[in-house]
Design a protein. Sequence first.
Length: 156
Amino acid sequence: MSDKATTVVSPGTQAPDFKLATEAGESFTVADLQGKTTVLVFYPFAFSPVCTDQLQLYDRARPEMGDAEIYGVSCDSTWAQKAFREKLEVSIPQLSDFEPKGATCRVFGVLHEGGFPQRALVIVGPDGVVRWSYQAPSPADLPPVHMIIGGLKNIR
């Protein structure tokens, strides 16, 4: 089995239509991206070692991201994501792609053939257009936080 997913959505394209669930079970869609710069952090599994490091690192760096909103996205259930966020004591809101599993990851081009998100970052501008994206070579590779900060600086 390869570590590759399809190609992550390209900068300059409109963010695809999608539906995720917040920790509270509320709907989160492409309309929720309008009017603000948003960083979507796709990660494979709540409570896995690299994902734990990633969310803690990104949470500590939030002040360096300015007014950008940041969300974690995985195929875990909303309950697992909430427990994960609370256990890590991070403030990054979590969005669940649990039902239908992987549908949003698929349209963003980051669904791993194993049925979980490839580790990827997508920055969407206030107009709903993808401004920057990155997909790690494998789920085990942690994208450094400076990649997000650099991506944000390049689009401002």
